[in-house]
Design a protein around this ligand. Structure first.
Ligand code: GLC
Ligand code: MG
Length: 535
């Protein structure tokens, strides 16, 4: 059993609130903090333990808030600092923890620091907080190195005075120079500001960024086809719809050793506060071992484990993900984390084939995931079985769409349907035009509609989360049973989990079914695309 002395986050189920798309209290088409506060009872009833809220800080919103212009305030479109305080107090009264997003790799180009850098001359202390360099070639007209932005195109933009600045994401997201002591000092203040207000933790955006190789040397062999294992890694990224860095093999811009001192210092700050405050790293590193370095005992508490999200619908792939994920964190003594969807990837029912089959598979994968040791992260709307939306090009807002012409990430960010038969489906007051259009056929998927239907995805999530509270949190290790190729099966002490990834119904081992992701067939067999827990 997990013991009362275990930190709250160890086995917690986190629910990711994509603030723009959760609930809009004032009808401006964007979700906001008061909207979220009013719906916290829904999250308590769903049965999650904690909420992670995506950035709500002042921002020109060129990357949906991941371009922060002031780290210690609230964007008026999302509310006020007083609204943030009310949200925290209400969540805590309901027994929910609150984790906020921290974006330390880059600021917005509208941040006071970058504005000062633009106004100051080359070589000034103002420019030294970012990565300004002179270009190469005749008149310095070629970028300082060959790095590409994650959103497509060169990672450098030139100013009229001739200097270039680095942005691994959009041009409006200049990268900070973490070797400049003013930068870590500023973020320590930001951490304390939100910890003092009562947040329970931070989700650290691009946690593997921050430091770049000091020389800012070229990425090697960009013109050569990448080796086979790298191709495979790239295909996995692409299958999940995630943004692919140009060349995974040689990464002078990611995962530099110096970054770990930052997390050691943040660990010490978190530890000064009561209540087991925590940090979870978004670190897209190359290997499970390099990911585990972010969760050594004196660094962050958790790191997202994106391996399941990159795996196809396959029992053997899932088994391999479970084995390698547990093995990765074991040497450092950290707890694993699990996630199937977030605001950067194609929703998992769509990845698993879409339609009824995709939703059934999504439920089955979720049920299997929820039985594993450690913490699970859910993304808003997955409890409604929402699929990726094909947002018409004229409505798309993802900077990756503008820079690459690929559909981008708007399809998983469409505002939630709460009730009613047409848009805005209760997302905002009647007459609200949501910032991304909602599909016409979402009436059966609203929270209100699904609450009335015991077979709905929402009721399945509630049942599964209730059962998890009862049955999981066991110290028992995972024992994989690998005698059937198309069936994922594992035991944890008295609990047996079976997920049928094959095309035919299969027999269940002995035991009583306590939760099922869908109905069994009339012979008591487990149909394809279905999972159960047995005791
Ligand atoms: C992270 C965020 C993503 C954002 C990027 C740049 O990957 O999850 O949404 O675009 O960082 O901040
Ligand atoms: Mg609003």
């Amino acid at each position: 059993m997990s013991t009362p002395t275990d930190p709250w986050w160890k086995e917690a189920v986190f629910y990711q609130v994509y603030i723009r798309s959760f609930a809009d209290s004032d009808g401006d088409g964007l979700g906001d903090l008061p909207g979220l506060t009013s719906r916290l009872p829904y999250l308590r009833d769903l049965g999650v333990d904690a909420v992670w809220i995506t950035p709500f800080y002042p921002s020109p919103q060129h990357d949906a808030g991941y371009d922060v212009s002031d780290y210690v305030d609230v964007d008026p479109r999302f509310g006020s600092l007083a609204d943030a305080d009310t949200l925290l107090a209400t969540a805590h009264d309901l027994g929910l923890k609150v984790v906020v997003d921290l974006v330390p790799n880059h600021t917005s180009s509208e941040h006071a620091w970058f504005q000062a850098a633009l106004a100051a001359p080359p070589g000034s202390p103002e420019r030294a907080r970012y990565l300004f360099r002179t270009g190469k070639g005749r008149g310095g007209a070629t970028p300082p190195n060959n790095w590409q932005s994650v959103f497509g195109g060169p990672a450098w933009t030139r100013l009229t005075d001739g200097e270039w600045y680095l942005h691994l994401f959009d041009t409006t997201q200049p990268d900070l120079d973490w070797r400049n002591p003013e930068v870590p000092a500023m973020f320590e203040d930001v951490l304390r500001f939100w910890l003092d207000r009562g947040v329970d933790g931070f989700r650290v955006d691009v946690a593997h960024g921050l430091f770049k190789v000091k020389t800012l040397r070229d990425q090697r062999d960009l013109d050569k086809p990448p080796p086979a294992d790298e191709q495979r890694a790239k295909q996995q990224h692409e299958a999940a719809g995630s943004l692919v860095p140009q060349h995974l093999g040689d990464e002078p811009m990611w995962d530099q050793p110096e970054v770990h001192d930052v997390y050691r210092s943040w660990h010490r700050i978190l530890a000064e506060y009561d209540g087991d405050r925590m940090g979870v790293a978004e670190a897209w590193t190359q290997t499970p071992e390099s990911m585990a370095r972010y969760v050594r005992p004196d660094e962050l508490q958790q790191a997202f484990n994106f391996t399941w999200l990159q795996a196809p619908w396959s029992a053997s792939a899932f088994a391999e993900v479970i084995t390698s994920s547990l093995a990765a964190v074991a040497p450092v003594g950290a707890v694993p984390t699990w996630v199937l969807s977030n605001h950067d990837v194609i929703r998992h029912p769509t990845r698993y084939g879409g339609g009824q089959v995709g939703v059934a598979r999504g439920r089955a994968a979720t049920l299997a995931m929820l039985a594993l040791p450690g913490s699970s992260y859910l993304y808003q709307g997955e409890e409604l079985g929402l699929e990726e939306v094909d947002v018409p090009p004229e409505f798309r807002q993802d900077p990756a769409w503008f820079r690459t012409g690929k559909p981008g990430r708007d399809g998983c960010r469409v505002p939630l349907p709460w009730r009613g038969s047409r848009a805005p489906y209760g997302f905002g007051p009647a007459g609200t035009t949501p910032w991304l259009p909602q599909p016409d056929d979402w009436a059966p998927l609203t929270v209100a509609a699904q609450k009335k239907d015991p077979g709905s995805t929402l009721e399945f999530y509630r049942t599964a989360l209730r059962a998890r509270r009862r049955l999981v949190g066991l110290a028992e290790p995972v024992e994989l049973v690998t005698d059937r190729v198309t069936v994922l099966e594992f035991r944890r002490g008295p609990l047996t989990v079976v997920c049928n990834c094959g095309p035919r119904p299969v027999r269940l081992p002995a035991g009583e079914v306590v939760v099922a992701s869908g109905p069994l067939d009339d012979r008591g067999l487990l149909p394809p695309d279905t999972a159960v827990w047995l005791t």
